[in-house]
Design a protein around this ligand. Structure first.
Ligand code: SF4
Length: 190
């Protein structure tokens, strides 16, 4: 059984897939505590693979892209669940803090490292060795070690829409980065 916080259908708000429809499966619980975490991921309902797949199909019968997020999905996401999603025809995206390994066969990995977050509670050391995209929340610190992380896309994102100008200025002086905005917040959607 998996502890599922919520399943909902919306547009991806951040990173490479911004603006594309996706079913979000939010898993409950995280191994870190970031001071800016604005996600209510604590409450949960227990569901097995079949229940998760059937809930996704009921909510969004025509969408075949699912984003496993949290909380921290690597605490629960395993081969049986990813195989059940693939059997049902889904492409699997995962958003992770990178502190734990992921099962084989994930179609798109978004790494959002938290190792440099001031006042972080927990061990944010990243163990993943590559990702499709890395998305770093810009807190005014030196993020250049993440610019060298083996990922296809390197996104820098303002913290909760609060320091957009500083983030833009940083990218202008460090052109390896791309801007990611939390567009769902600007659009007032989930
Ligand atoms: S890693 Fe993500 S889910 Fe976990 S506390 Fe930090 S912001 Fe929240």
């Amino acid at each position: 059984m998996y502890r599922i916080n919520e399943i909902f259908y919306s547009l991806q708000g951040e990173g490479y897939w911004t603006g594309t429809p996706v079913v979000f499966v939010r898993m409950s619980g995280c191994n870190l505590r970031c001071p800016f975490c604005d996600t209510d991921h604590v409450r949960f309902q227990e569901m097995d693979e079949a229940q998760i797949v059937s809930d996704i199909l009921r909510i969004a019968p025509n969408c075949r892209r699912v984003c496993i997020t949290g909380g921290e999905p690597s605490l629960q996401l395993d081969l049986p669940l990813s195989e059940a999603l693939h059997r049902a025809g889904f492409r699997i995206h995962v958003e992770t803090n990178g502190t734990r390994p992921l099962p084989e066969g994930i179609d798109w990995v978004t790494l959002s490292p938290k190792a440099d977050v001031p006042d972080l509670v927990g061990n944010g050391t990243v163990v993943l060795e590559k990702a499709d995209e890395i998305k770093v929340v810009y807190l005014g610190n030196d993020v250049e070690r993440w610019a060298r992380f083996p990922a296809t896309w390197h996104f820098l994102q303002p913290c909760s829409c609060s320091n957009t100008r500083e983030t833009v200025d940083y990218i202008l002086s460090h052109p390896g980065w791309r801007l990611s905005l939390q567009t769902h917040k600007y659009l007032n959607i989930r």
